[in-house]
Design a protein around this ligand. Structure first.
Ligand SMILES: *Cc1c(COP(=O)(O)O)cnc(C)c1O
Length: 457
């Protein structure tokens, strides 16, 4: 071991050290994620079928499980340079506060106007849509981070952007909505009366405040029923994990630059894109037998797809129009309890992460939201950054692991993904401060109900 170099508070890479290609971890997996299926025929989806919903290049990336490196087009690299490389921060103040011998690092993705890592994939998806000569794209957004990122990306490439926003968020997060409109997006509360599936859901559940699965169905329908439009999605898909590998590649380059070997890498997991992107290069090393890491996915106890779900083919959306994916899932009809404010609400998990979890290359844990907000506040007070509730799931577990090191005296290197900022989540913070935040953990019976609706494949 060489003596530890003095590590700066923020480790930045030079622009010239930025990755020029994304890393596709599927290429190095001996057992690949199961293919996505056409919901009608139950046969693996072809590129032609996928190209009806997604841009051609993105459909190809979705199905590509053989090329390890995919070059990042120059136009996308130019855009990345406006807000990347993102800093890898040594959390000296948090270490001090916890009195831990562990070394804690976080990769901060909130340094752009959309406030999260989602811009990394949004700009790629907008680029390929533009390159194909499309007029615009449609999408859904829950809390609004993805919609915001996509509207920024679309305005950069002068594309039309139609966002179906879960109604409850549309009403509770007017500022997110206005950021999207500032970048020229058209924002519609979902379920709407614009689409057949929206009208059907409104008729069946009058007064419903919507769900992500339902907004996805509306956005897909809007894409396939308008000429020159395709649907784009901000998480879950393998193409999104591919684009997000920029996070892990930069992290690895920054650690290597200072001779730091991570022992543990932690990330929050909703659909799995930030965690998948962060760990991909490290998983690659594990798959090639070059190194070993403890990798931890953190999910909310109120939406525990990895820790309590089943590994099966399921619909990706409530309207059952998207391809079927084999994943850890709670069933596409699962909706987290209404008092859940901490994000990460998706019923399933990326098929890549699901397969890695099934092969026991990554582990998973779930945490309750009041604990998450407690950790978020503690982090904000010492490190300065106001974290997104989603990101704070990773903070909570990183802090727990650092406290374990205090007991054992181990100087572990703990790396976690800090995916974004929480400025638009102040209603949830308010609930926490007022002591009104509660935890609801679904019972086995609750989960059985939605799991029973899984398609028979
Ligand atoms: C969307 C989002 C997440 C969760 O999505 P993943 O696809 O699981 O990464 C986490 N943090 C922030 C800030 C987000 O916006």
């Amino acid at each position: 071991m060489t003596a530890e170099k003095k590590i700066p508070y923020k480790i930045y890479l030079e622009e010239s050290e930025m990755p020029k290609a994304w890393y596709n971890v599927r290429a190095h997996m001996e057992k690949k994620p199961a293919p996505i299926l056409n919901p009608g025929t139950l046969k693996p989806v072809t590129k032609e079928e996928l190209s009806g919903i997604f841009c051609e290049e993105l459909a190809a990336q979705e199905l590509n499980d053989t090329d390890a490196w995919i070059e990042i087009p120059q136009e996308i690299r130019d855009f990345y340079r406006m807000y990347r490389p993102s800093p890898l921060v040594r959390a000296y103040c948090l270490e001090e506060k916890l009195q831990t011998p562990a070394h804690i690092y976080y990769k901060f993705e909130g340094n752009n106007t959309s406030g999260s890592h989602k811009l990394n994939s949004a700009i790629a998806q907008a680029y390929y849509a533009k390159k194909q000569g499309l007029k615009g794209v449609t999408t859904e957004t829950g809390a609004g981070q993805w919609g915001t990122a996509l509207s920024m990306a679309c305005s950069y490439f002068d594309l039309d952007c139609q966002v179906y926003m879960v109604k409850v968020s549309y009403e509770q997060k007017p500022f997110r909505r206005e950021v999207m409109r500032t970048y020229g997006a058209q924002v519609t509360p979902s379920p709407s009366m614009n689409t057949e599936v929206g009208r059907k859901i409104n008729a069946e559940f009058p007064g419903t405040t919507g769900s992500l699965g339902c907004a996805i169905s509306e956005a897909v329908e809007a894409a396939v029923s308008q000429d020159g439009y395709r649907y784009v999605l901000g998480s879950v898909l393998s193409q999104v994990l591919l684009h997000q590998s920029i996070i892990g590649l930069e992290t690895k380059a920054a650690l290597d630059k200072y001779g730091i070997k991570a022992d543990m890498i932690i990330g929050c997991a909703g659909g799995g894109s930030n965690l998948g992107g962060l760990i991909s290069p490290f998983v690659g090393e594990m798959l090639r037998g070059e190194a070993d890491y403890k990798l931890i996915a953190v999910e909310p106890a109120s939406c525990p797809s990895l820790t309590r779900g089943v590994y099966a083919y399921d619909f990706c959306d409530t309207g059952k129009v998207c391809p079927l994916a084999k994943m850890y899932t709670l069933g596409s009809s699962f909706i987290p309890s209404a008092n859940h404010a901490g994000g990460l609400r998706y019923h399933g998990m990326s098929s890549i992460l699901s397969e890695l979890y099934d092969q026991k290359l990554i582990s998973a844990t779930s945490v309750e939201q009041t604990e998450v907000f407690k950790a978020a506040e503690e982090f904000a007070r010492v490190e300065g950054i106001l974290p997104a509730p989603e990101s704070s799931h990773a903070i909570k577990v990183a802090m727990d692991e650092a406290l374990k090191c205090k007991e054992t005296g181990e100087e572990k290197n703990i790396v976690f993904g800090l995916t974004g900022t929480g400025y638009f989540d102040m209603v949830a913070y308010e609930k926490f401060h007022d002591g009104l935040m509660t935890d609801t953990i679904p019972t086995d019976e609750d989960l059985q109900k939605s799991i029973a609706t899984l398609p028979k494949v």
